[in-house]
Design a protein around this ligand. Structure first.
Ligand SMILES: Nc1ncnc2c1ncn2[C@@H]1O[C@H](COP(=O)(O)OP(=O)(O)O)[C@@H](O)[C@H]1O
Ligand SMILES: [Mg+2]
Length: 326
């Protein structure tokens, strides 16, 4: 039996809008093992949120899973009835949505909002048991239980995010999809929230898909990494594979160049020039070719095949000569 908790294979997702088709995911494959922390990294518009929403089958109406497979503990989710997904969402798989500040209800106390998750998924628990769990969870995320009757507007951004994390984890899910959980927060709060997620993850052995555009965060928090560009995974591997600096995809190199190196006296970072291609046209070759300093003719024409060494895989024509022959 496979030990993968989540297996996404060759997933194609598009948004059919009134004036165009947006090709958001173009053949994405990734695996996540039980208890593993996978960082999904890429710029805005790369398709990260689309991937997480696809797993929970929560795409907006215009979104369509055109082909591919998403299996969870060996079960194909794309074939399941909605009733199955209702039992999965928020119970076995939780999501921290990208805009945490709007995911709380302004007219309900934070304690009530956390308890509602238990009402939904653990109706058999007594009221007292639920209240006790809410108090414990609040304490775990660093909020005194005495504040449970307060409303979201009485909390700071970092505290609200702690409430959102409490809601996501109170059902002790097997998998947490965390979509840019700290992007809206300032840096010190960001560090506290990531430390908290790390502790909780270890305590409950929750697998985490951490969605971020910050490769530095991934280096600190994750076991494995998948780099996504224009709806295509361009590189994946363990954190060591990606940060060893060996055989990186040029896009990943660019992202690594955007991490400040405090040991060097550099006064500026090196952003990647150019923009991601318009998702209304499907890339025919490598999606990064137009921005790549190493691009060759074939990069614009042929989609690169995988070049793999152990746990490390990169999709780039620069490695064509190293592939095969072995
Ligand atoms: N509801 C939508 N309708 C049309 N296009 C969308 C919609 N949601 C996302 N997209 C497009 O899909 C692509 C991927 O978006 P998204 O998954 O949100 O990326 P990310 O989370 O990496 O920023 C982008 O080109 C985005 O504009
Ligand atoms: Mg997003």
């Amino acid at each position: 039996m496979s030990e993968n908790l989540l297996e996404v294979k060759d997933l194609h997702v598009q948004y059919n809008t009134d004036d165009a088709v947006v090709y958001a995911l173009n053949g994405v494959s990734l695996n996540l093992k039980e208890g593993e922390k996978l960082g999904l990294v890429g710029e805005t518009g790369a398709g990260k949120t689309t991937l997480a929403l696809s797993v929970l089958r929560l795409l907006p109406k215009v979104g369509q899973i055109a082909s591919g497979s998403i299996s969870y503990k060996g079960e194909e989710l794309l074939d399941k009835p909605e009733s199955y997904m209702l039992g999965l969402r928020g119970r076995r798989v939780s999501m921290i949505f990208q805009d945490p500040m709007t995911s709380l209800n302004p007219v309900k106390s934070v304690g009530d909002q956390i308890r509602e998750v238990l009402d939904l998924h653990f109706p058999q628990l007594t009221k007292e048991a639920k209240n006790e769990k809410v108090d414990q969870m609040l304490q775990l995320v660093g909020i005194p239980a005495s504040r449970k009757n307060e409303f979201p507007h009485q909390f700071s951004g970092g505290m609200k995010q702690r409430v959102v994390i409490a809601m996501a984890l109170i059902s002790q899910p097997e998998l947490l999809l965390a979509d840019e959980p700290t992007t809206a927060l300032d840096v010190t709060i960001q560090a506290q929230i990531m430390a908290l997620m790390g502790q909780l993850k270890d305590r409950f052995n929750t697998a985490v898909l951490l969605i971020t555009h910050d490769l530095g965060l991934v280096a600190e928090f994750c076991d494995t990494v998948a780099v996504i560009y224009s709806g295509c995974i361009v590189e994946s591997g363990t954190v060591e594979d990606i940060f060893s600096g060996k055989n990186n995809h040029p896009y990943t190199k660019g992202l690594i160049g955007c991490i400040p190196d405090l040991s060097k006296d550099e006064d500026r970072l090196h952003p990647i020039p150019g923009h991601m291609a318009d998702a209304r046209t499907l890339p025919s070759g490598c999606p990064f070719a137009d921005r790549c300093a190493n691009a060759m003719d074939k990069c614009r024409k042929e989609r690169p095949e995988a070049f793999s060494e152990g746990t490390h895989t990169v999709f780039c024509h620069l490695f064509d000569n190293m592939r095969g022959g072995v």
